[in-house]
Ligand binder design. Structure first.
Ligand code: SF4
Length: 348
């Protein structure tokens, strides 16, 4: 393994040039930080993290919706990471501390089971990219109990990439595409970014060799004057993706536009539940009235971190007021968050 990584780094050095490469995956950031990959690369090869943490990307307004439902007496079920993500006026953990029924589940099926055994309304806050959306869709298609519904916070990666590229805020020379998401959507949705914007892309797995290879393959495309989608993660990702999962998502969801944390409304970037399943759509089932939305706590630069224009170390609260035990912003809450990962692995 060491010999192989040395060989790849040597090849990277031979074709190195000043480039900025973005990845959009918390697992990639974890691999990069855990294995010190940035320190192995030439200084001129910069790898930045984009909006790759599905928990961090959920905007304050969607947290507020769940907190409001919890305060109305609805049982909220969601992944553990979501509990401490700040909304405008508190988190789900705060609502729980006030007496609301907020429960951690490992998946939507746990939430359905809770609903079957409870005599009250149960909402599953469904966060995640294309990777987790199929399981939510399957649960809705599997005749869940009447007191169960979903508040969809599912987001799609390609529209966010398009938005980032077109915004011009980050001058991207290459993209490392997320392996897990690509397992579901396949390789084709990325083609326009190479064809229309000339960006080299590599779909990569999650071990250090995968990431180093992806960097090398992007540099090789740049050297050869190419811009295409290459699949380094062939052992898992197929060109067509998971067709069955795509069908299930198409059956239950439609694609609409909504803001992400750190981003304004991104066109066609979220999954919402179709009208024929509105009985299981918490937004249709309940009146959810919200006050003004406060996107980030004072001093938190999560938005800039998620857009890849700042690192956690640029935030004055990093490691002082903001730590994993006392997170100020969303990016410090989840173990997939860039700030949380930086806290655990950077020596800054
Ligand atoms: Fe926000 Fe904390 Fe990250 Fe600063 S260190 S950007 S406060 S999450």
């Amino acid at each position: 393994m060491k010999d192989l990584s040395r060989e790849i780094v040597s090849r990277i050095n031979k074709i190195s040039r000043p480039v900025k490469i973005m990845h959009v995956c918390g697992s990639h950031e974890h691999t990069i930080m855990q294995h010190g990959i940035r320190s192995l690369l030439p200084e001129e090869v910069e790898v930045v993290a984009g909006p790759g943490c599905p928990v961090c990307c959920v905007p304050a307004r969607e947290i507020d919706e769940c907190v409001e439902l919890a305060r109305q007496g609805v049982t909220i079920t969601t992944f553990g990471d979501m509990l401490r993500v700040p909304g405008s006026y508190g988190s789900l953990a705060d609502a729980k501390a006030e007496g609301a029924d907020v429960r951690i589940v490992y998946g939507v099926n746990n939430a359905v089971e809770i609903a079957k055994n409870l005599d009250r309304e149960v909402v599953f806050m469904a966060a995640g990219f294309e990777t987790t959306a199929p399981t939510t869709a399957s649960a809705i298609l599997s005749d869940p109990p009447e007191n169960f519904s979903v508040l969809s916070c599912h987001r799609l990666i390609p529209p966010a990439l398009k938005f980032l590229i077109e915004s011009g805020e980050v001058n991207l020379d290459g993209l490392i595409e997320p392996g897990h998401v690509s397992t579901i959507i396949g390789t084709r949705p990325y083609i326009p970014f190479s064809r229309d914007y000339g960006i080299p892309q590599v779909i990569a797995g999650f071990n250090p060799i995968d990431v180093l290879l992806a960097v090398y393959m992007i540099l090789r495309q740049i050297r050869n004057g190419e811009a295409k989608v290459e699949n380094e993660y062939r052992r898992v990702v197929r060109e067509e993706g998971n067709v069955k999962a795509q069908e299930v998502m198409r059956e239950v969801f439609f694609v609409t536009s909504r803001e992400w944390r750190g981003f304004p409304e991104i066109p066609d970037s979220v999954y919402e539940i179709k009208d024929e399943f509105s009985d299981f759509n918490a937004r249709e089932k309940f009146d959810i009235e919200l006050g003004d939305v406060v996107e980030c706590p004072t001093g938190c630069i999560c938005g800039a971190v998620l857009r890849g224009v700042a690192r956690p170390e640029d935030c004055s609260l990093f490691r002082s007021e903001c730590t994993p035990t006392n997170p100020v912003g969303a990016c410090m809450v989840s173990r997939e968050g860039t700030c949380n990962i930086a806290y655990r692995y950077s020596s800054f």
